[in-house]
Design a protein around this ligand. Sequence first.
Ligand code: NDP
Ligand code: 8X3
Length: 252
Amino acid sequence: MAKIALITGATSGIGEACAHVFAREGYNVILTGRRLDRLEKLAGHLNETYNVEIAVSAFDVRDREEVIKNLENLPAEWKKVNVLVNNAGLSQGLDPIQKGSYDDWDTMIDTNVKGLLYVSRVVSNWMISSGFGHIINLGSIAGKEVYANGNVYCATKHAVDALNKGMRIDLLPYGIKVTAVHPGAVETEFSEVRFKGDKARAKKVYEGFEPLVADDVAETIWFAASRPAHVNINELTIMPTAQSGASNIFRK
Ligand code: NDP
Ligand code: 8X3
């Protein structure tokens, strides 16, 4: 029977790239995100290209009841998830703490921390019942360092770093692997979302150097997911060659 990967935030960027990689490797994939049209289009494409089964479940990770209802409504055979990629996340704004938007703070904390927790709570119980599983959390260089005006986004990714370690301790007796992947700058919809649709400002983030692309991160996630059963990658930091840290990019 084919293995199963559940990917949150599969409508774009790193999540969408992960869906391609896991489908290419023969996994049946559960695609989640809010934009159902994108999920359905991707599902059709993956099914046709890789001849694997795809399930789609559209929900907002911030809504606890919706997360539980949508995941629990999946057919029993889809609950034997081998790999959960906790990828859904976002940044909103880039302001000093004294000027930060309350709404932006709520959105980031509710999505990046609470949303990840809601999904993990449900799926880790499935994994305990199955007796196997691997949770891969998308952290960030922002979860290892703090940069100017990154305050709350960095705090959410530091929380993911802590939760990654906590999950590994708590799930150890069940043989469930837990990994964090921490990327530096990846050109996706991330900056457009951060700057609320300001494409020109988003484009500037990646000017003068070669950023990572979503596939670079997806292949790294696949590396962690494809180690032998006795090997767990605790965490990996992946950066563009032109970036040495959260605040240091060499631009031509
Ligand atoms: P994208 O904006 O391209 O993708 C983000 C994904 O998250 C989308 O599929 C989006 O789906 C989903 N998402 C956002 N909010 C919600 C929500 N409330 N409920 C459900 N899904 C949601 O960005 P990336 O691919 O770059 O980001 C993926 C992850 O990688 C994030 O956790 C991000 O913090 C992290 N990361 C990104 C880096 C970068 O430089 N790009 C670097 C380091 C880490 P939809 O809108 O359809 O719901
Ligand atoms: C995304 C990378 O440096 O923009 O997590 O925070 S950064």
